[in-house]
Design a protein around this ligand. Sequence first.
Ligand SMILES: C[S@@+](CC[C@H](N)C(=O)[O-])C[C@H]1O[C@@H](n2cnc3c(N)ncnc32)[C@H](O)[C@@H]1O
Length: 143
Amino acid sequence: MTARLVELEPRNAAMAEDAARAAGLTGVQVVVGDAALTDAYADLVPADLVLLCGVFGNVSDADVRATVGHCAAFCATGGTVIWTRHRREPDLVPAICDWFARERFAQIAVGTPADRVGGGVHRHLGRPRPLPSGVTMFHFLPN
Ligand SMILES: C[S@@+](CC[C@H](N)C(=O)[O-])C[C@H]1O[C@@H](n2cnc3c(N)ncnc32)[C@H](O)[C@@H]1O
């Protein structure tokens, strides 16, 4: 099993690296870099599992839509995407689910508005598309 975590801050990446090693997860690669760049994943796609956690709550709606669009390239047929997003108004979660459906993902699970943090699990039913190189999928918004 090979997994890659891409994190901009070296200190956060070092903590993730330590945690992975402590758990004996030798297949986890921790890369210091920009997670928004498609090139960061070029040699690992299509993947069985894609985690988009801590992203959708920090970028514009248009960037969320664009990133969902790239999931059909990230994900193997039958592969799973797990994502997170807060439920503050305007609640984007219904739109995110709709966007995944348009990209031929089946909805496996989605949290309820009562959850403090929303999230979803979707399975790719389509064939993986080629991942475009040199694309920046999103920009983190200032807090
Ligand atoms: C999970 S998000 C949560 C941000 C939230 N608004 C906060 O203030 O805590 C923060 C993490 O994403 C990382 N991050 C931000 N932009 C990134 C990027 N373009 N590529 C990779 N990691 C990024 C940050 O370094 C941080 O570890």
